[in-house]
Ligand binder design. Structure first.
Ligand SMILES: *Cc1c(COP(=O)(O)O)cnc(C)c1O
Length: 426
């Protein structure tokens, strides 16, 4: 008899996995609060928040209610020529919450698509301002911006997918990865960057795109806010736009509402996603300034050349607006500081392990870096034995727990991470 898991293994792709996979896949029956309920009855804490998204945990009463209520009104309607209250309400909240000047909103269906839209905005803006030759992007090494082609072209050229798709990706300009650590000295990095810049023409570049302060899937790398201020000045001096990808870092994850706030920098274009709907539905948004919008309108097409079928889906917008209301009605700053204290304290014992090269924390993010790549299934199994769901990659075992975790749950998570790091070596 073909069980559910057999069917899954034989027919369904999973992210970054071979079709003929041998790795075990767990069947989730349901989820509530901070916990997943597995088919076999185990209830691990979700230390991943479903990849940064479920910030208030699963089945939050206010989010469930917003979704049910909207389903009774209208699940979807096209956004071409029509509009609706959920989109308007979410737009208002995003403009209020995001750095100053960002007051034009484009709703996209996923993070990767929002990056594509941001890139189009930058290119069309440059055309509208009489610079059609400005088509390249400038970025830093070690980034991750999504899996579509424009986004892939600005992912890390070594760790990303450049070799797999060589020839098919747009060629961009890469500055070195900034030094590790919030307080690191950036003078050597600036010198190196200036050398790279000296070899290229400012008339080729449309915009700078980076993940601010914390690079996520490219390596959970924290870098100093001074880098963002330097990039902001560089963009201004050359007539380039600054695009910040806050898809992972947005909505308080790094301790500020947006990671850009650590540097006091306002971008020209910003992407948000992941936690936007609290993990309920796929939705992203691209915000830009009035100046960028005017430039786009002045381009020869006169319109922004993008419009997804499910643009501004009302269910997703309604649950996102409720999600932001829940976030802003709490003392999120104090709460993330509490989580940070728990993560730093709980992960400290990992420093003692011989195979651990670094332990880093920022906001509600904790990372244990090992001296070699881990066996993902094995490390996940050890954490699961300690009651915690994690999904390591490369040499990194990490957590970005739901904000509703109690101190005790954080201690369970950090204990599981330390045990998994210790077990990874043997
Ligand atoms: C996850 C992520 C993306 C891509 O978002 P998807 O919704 O998976 O397409 C882009 N940029 C960053 C920084 C991300 O973390």
């Amino acid at each position: 008899m073909d069980s559910s898991l057999d069917f899954d293994r034989d027919h369904l792709w999973h992210p970054y996995a071979p079709m003929a996979t041998t790795a075990p896949t767990l069947l989730v029956r349901s989820a509530r609060g901070t916990r997943l309920t597995l088919d076999d009855g185990r209830e691990p804490l979700d230390a991943m928040s479903s990849w940064w998204a479920a910030i208030h945990g699963y089945r939050h009463p206010r989010l469930d209610e917003a979704l049910h209520r909207q389903a009774d009104i209208m699940s979807h309607v096209m956004f071409g020529g029509l509009t609706h209250e959920p989109a308007i309400e979410l737009g208002r909240r995003l403009i209020e919450l995001t750095p100053i000047g960002l007051d034009k909103v484009f709703f996209a269906d996923s993070g990767s698509v929002s990056v594509e839209v941001a890139i189009k905005m930058a290119l069309q803006y440059q055309r509208g301002r009489g610079n059609p030759g400005r088509t390249k992007l400038l970025t830093i090494g070690g980034g991750y911006h999504g899996d579509t082609f424009g986004a892939m072209s600005v992912c890390d050229p070594v760790g990303g997918m450049h070799s797999m798709f060589a020839g098919a990706l747009a060629r961009q300009v890469f500055l070195p990865r900034p030094p590790a650590g919030f307080d690191a000295d950036i003078s050597a990095w600036m010198d190196e960057s200036n050398r790279v810049l000296a070899a290229c023409s400012e008339d080729d570049i449309a915009a700078i795109i980076v993940e601010p302060i914390l690079q996520g899937a490219g390596g959970m790398h924290v870098y100093p806010p001074g880098v963002l201020r330097w990039l902001r000045e560089l963009a201004d001096r050359n007539g380039w736009l600054l695009i910040l990808d806050e898809i992972a870092t947005g909505f308080a994850r790094t301790g500020e509402m947006f990671a850009a706030d650590h540097a006091g920098v306002s971008p020209d274009i910003m992407c948000v996603g992941k936690a936007l709907t609290g993990g309920y539905l796929t939705l992203a948004a691209v915000l830009c300034t009035a100046e960028v919008a005017e430039g786009i309108d002045a381009s020869e097409s006169g319109v922004l050349m993008h419009g997804p079928t499910f643009m501004a889906n009302p269910l997703a917008c309604a649950v996102a607006a409720a999600n932001l209301d829940v976030l802003t009605s709490t003392d999120w700053r104090a709460n993330v500081a509490r989580l940070h204290t728990g993560l730093s304290f709980g992960l400290a014992p990992a420093h003692e392990l011989e195979n651990v090269t670094e332990v880093r924390t920022i906001g509600a993010v904790g990372v244990v870096a090992l001296d070699r790549s881990v066996d993902v299934s094995r490390v996940a199994a050890i954490a699961l034995d300690h009651g915690v769901w994690v999904r390591p990659f490369r040499n990194l075992i990490y957590t970005m727990p739901p904000y509703i975790c109690s101190d005790e749950e954080i201690s369970t998570i950090t204990g599981a991470l330390v045990a998994a790091a210790a077990g990874a070596a043997t």
